[in-house]
Design a protein around this ligand. Structure first.
Ligand SMILES: [Zn+2]
Length: 392
C-alpha cells in the first residue's frame, strides 16, 4: 500500500503526509451535499481539471478533492488556478467512461476485462486477466462474508475497483517508478491510496503469445510451484487493502493505525495453491507461516514496550530496519485478537472505520482507543505472548 502518486494520474507530487501538515484546521464536507467542484490545476508545466468533490479545504487554500474516477487529488495552494462549483450532484463515473479514461492514460496496447466489481486493465494474456478477476471476486466475496458474519456492515464500493496488470516486470517498473522508486524492484504489486488502483505485473510471465489453452496450462503450472506462494500473497494482500478501503472498513487517508490495516491485509493474504492456479487463494485466518516464523524469531529479543510502540504511531513500519518485524507483530496481534477477542476487535474496528480523511490522532489517543477496547496494555501483552509461546 503506498501513498504516493503516479505522474500519469496527474496527482500531487507531494506525499499526502505533507498536506496533512497544513491541515490543522480543516472542514470536511459530506458527499451527500449538492454541487460538483471543478478545480483547474497547474502542475509541472501542465494544466488539467479535477472534477469531483472537495473533501477538505486547508486554511492556506490547499484542497483534497475526490474525483469522479475515485482518484484523490491533493492540491497545494500554489497549484490551484481556479475553482468553481456547479449544481450537479456528485456521481462517480460509469464503468465505460472510467474504462475509456484509464485506457487513455495507460501506455498503448491495454485492454479491459470487466467483472462485477473490477475493471482489470491488462496488456498481458486475457487468460491471466481472467485469473486475476476470479481471484479478486473470490476474495471480495470472502471478505464481505467474513465481516458480515461478525456483525460489521460493509458498503458497496462507490467506484469500480481498478487493477492495472502489466505483461512484464520491466514495463511495470517503468510505469511505477515515480511511486515506488528503488523499492519497486522488490514489490510485485501495490495499492495506491491516492489513485485507488492496484498496479501489478503478470507474475507467470506467460504473456499470451501462443494464446488459448496453452496459456492457461502455463499459468497453472507456474502458480503451482512452491515459490509462487509469496508472490500470490502479495497480490492478495494488496487486493485486500483495496477492498477494505472501498467498503468502509477504513477511510482513505484517515489516521487508521498501520498495524491495523496491515494486520487485516496479512490476515487475508495466506495463499492456498493446492490444486494449482484455479484456486490461488482460499481461506481466511489460517496461520500465515512466514509471518509466524518471523514473529517467533522476533520474540527472542522483543523489547518490553513493543506493543506500545506498535500502537502509538507508524514509525516502525517506515523504518527499513524495523519494518519486517513490525509487519510480523501486526499479523500476530491481529490473529491473536481475532481468535481470542473477536467482539472487542469488532467494536474497535468500528471506532477506526469512523476516522475522517486527513485527520491525525495523537499517539495517546491511539493507545487510549486500544486500551478502551481490549484493556490495560501489560495485561493484553502478557496474554498475547503466552498465546504464541504456548501454542494456539
Ligand atoms: Zn500492506
Amino acid at each position: 500500500m503506498v501513498l504516493q502518486n503516479t505522474p500519469s494520474a496527474m496527482l500531487s507530487r507531494h506525499p499526502a503526509t505533507r498536506l496533512c501538515g497544513v491541515l490543522f484546521c480543516s472542514l470536511t464536507l459530506g458527499l451527500t451535499a449538492l454541487g460538483m467542484d471543478h478545480v483547474t490545476v497547474r502542475r509541472q508545466g501542465k494544466t488539467s481539471e479535477a472534477v469531483g468533490r472537495v473533501l477538505i479545504e486547508a486554511q492556506d487554500g490547499g484542497l483534497a478533492l475526490l474525483a469522479r474516477d475515485g482518484v484523490l487529488w491533493l492540491i497545494p495552494p500554489e497549484e490551484k488556478v481556479t475553482r468553481t462549483r456547479d449544481a450537479a450532484e456528485f456521481s462517480s463515473l460509469g464503468r465505460d467512461a472510467l474504462g475509456r479514461g484509464l485506457l487513455a492514460e495507460l501506455p498503448q496496447g491495454f485492454q479491459i476485462y470487466s467483472t462485477p466489481h473490477y475493471l482489470i486493465c491488462y496488456d498481458t494474456s486475457r487468460e491471466y486477466a481472467q485469473w486475476c478477476g476470479t481471484l479478486f471476486e473470490q476474495l471480495y466475496r470472502a471478505f464481505h462474508n467474513y465481516w458480515t458474519r461478525r456483525g460489521v456492515e460493509l458498503s458497496e464500493p462507490k467506484f469500480p475497483l481498478v487493477a492495472v496488470v502489466f505483461a512484464n516486470k520491466a514495463a511495470y517498473l517503468r510505469f511505477s517508478q515515480s511511486e515506488l522508486g528503488q523499492a519497486g524492484e522488490s514489490i510485485s504489486g501495490f495499492y495506491s491510496l491516492l489513485t485507488n488502483r492496484m498496479t501489478m505485473y503478470d507474475i507467470t510471465g506467460a504473456d499470451g503469445r501462443g494464446g488459448g489453452r496453452g496459456v492457461s496450462a502455463k499459468i497453472n503450472q507456474i502458480l503451482s510451484q512452491p515459490g509462487a506462494s509469496r508472490t500470490v500473497a502479495t497480490v492478495v494482500h494488496e487486493a485486500t487493502h483495496q477492498i477494505a478501503f472501498n467498503c468502509g472498513l477504513h477511510q482513505r487517508l484517515s489516521d487508521c493505525p498501520r498495524w491495523f490495516s496491515e494486520g487485516i491485509a496479512m490476515f487475508f493474504e495466506t495463499p492456498d495453491l493446492r490444486g494449482g492456479a484455479k484456486r490461488g487463494w482460499s481461506g481466511i485466518g489460517t496461520v500465515n507461516p512466514s509471518r509466524l516464523e518471523r514473529f517467533q524469531e522476533f520474540l527472542q529479543s522483543r523489547p518490553a514496550n513493543s506493543l506500545e510502540t506498535l500502537l502509538r504511531d507508524d514509525r516502525r513500519f517506515t523504518d527499513a530496519k524495523q519494518a519486517v518485524d513490525a509487519y510480523a507483530e501486526a499479523w500476530a496481534l491481529t490473529y491473536f485478537l481475532l481468535k481470542k477477542h473477536e467482539k472487542d476487535y469488532v467494536a474497535y474496528l468500528r471506532t477506526l472505520s469512523a476516522k475522517k480523511t486527513l485527520m491525525q490522532d495523537k499517539p495517546e489517543q491511539r493507545i487510549d482507543e486500544f486500551r478502551k477496547a481490549f484493556g490495560e496494555l501489560p495485561k493484553v501483552d502478557a496474554e498475547f505472548q503466552r498465546f504464541f509461546v504456548k501454542g494456539r
